[in-house]
Design a protein around this ligand. Structure first.
Ligand code: ZN
Length: 289
């Protein structure tokens, strides 16, 4: 059996948290060795960190999701449902305070924090000049942290192909040695070629690869050298197709074998070899021993 790394998961969400022991046992049975819990704002970054502090093989990132750039300092009842944070008082009310806080949290938890993000562009939920400007500012702040601490950047891009490519083209030449991943890769082979060749970024491949209408993603996976691919779930979202057909509603890292087997099939290599390569790629992304 091959070891598995989930390079992008949110297991602190209540949907998983309430069933945590059973779900983590299933992950272990499936061969999951490493889970990277991704932060999306102040509280979720702390929730991600708390999992990393508690469980062996879990790591965290600190970040501000592009859909949350307007919500800094605003109490969201949903987020305050994360276990242990029900009564948490937000400390940051603006970007400056939030990224100063991330710096401070990182400095105190270097063993547990392996990257910054998710950041990036999302014009699916809102497409305005205002949000775009905020997303750009936040993205730059994440890049500053990545550069200072030599950690990878976790990039989210949705309905923002040109915006993302233009931003990277402008920003990346001024930045030194930043590793990164295009998380939940859902663009095409052309986009994949640019981000892998120009920036050496990885592509985060998950449940979306298994869906009926995602031929372009399978084509991108086929054309991209396997050393640029990493596995991710984006749990609790994006259940792979076969699991979904069996009425599975919550995604978790233990469902990754379906994705790994499809990658193996597309690449025409055996699943065990494929699994081992993808595991090593994930460790390289986050510089894990
Ligand atoms: Zn995510």
């Amino acid at each position: 059996m091959y070891p598995i790394i989930d390079t992008h998961t949110h297991c602190y969400f209540p949907a998983i948290e309430k069933d945590q022991a059973a779900i983590f046992r299933k992950c272990e049975e499936a061969g999951v060795k490493i889970q990277v819990q991704i932060g999306c704002d102040e509280i979720s970054s702390l929730a991600a960190l708390s999992l990393a502090q508690k469980f062996k093989g879990h790591y965290a990132t600190l970040g501000l999701h592009p859909c949350d750039v307007k919500n800094v300092g605003i109490k969201n009842e949903e987020y305050h449902r994360y276990k242990g944070f029900e009564a948490y008082d937000l400390k940051a009310t603006n970007f400056e305070q939030l990224f100063a806080l991330f710096t401070d949290i990182y400095e105190k938890n270097k063993d547990h924090i392996v990257g910054f993000g998710e950041t990036g562009f999302d014009l699916f939920h809102e497409n305005s000049e205002e949000i775009l400007a905020l997303q750009k500012t936040a993205f730059r702040q994440h890049l500053n942290l990545c550069e200072t601490y030599q950690k990878p950047i976790i990039i989210h891009t949705r309905e923002a192909r040109e915006v993302t490519l233009n931003f990277l083209e402008k920003e990346m030449p001024n930045r030194k040695n930043i590793r990164g991943v295009i998380h939940c890769f859902s663009e095409d082979a052309g986009f994949a070629e640019i981000v892998t060749k120009q920036y050496g970024f990885f592509l985060g491949i998950g449940g979306v690869l298994t869906y009926n209408k995602t031929e372009a993603i399978r084509e991108a996976v086929k054309k991209t050298p396997i050393e640029y691919l990493v596995t991710e779930t984006d749990s609790p979202f994006l259940v792979p197709r076969k699991a979904k057909n069996k009425k599975q509603r919550i995604n978790y890292p233990g469902l990754l074998p379906e994705v790994i087997e499809l990658i193996a099939d597309i690449k025409n290599i055996d699943p065990d070899t494929c699994g081992h390569i993808l595991f090593e790629n994930g460790k390289r992304l986050f510089n894990l021993a």
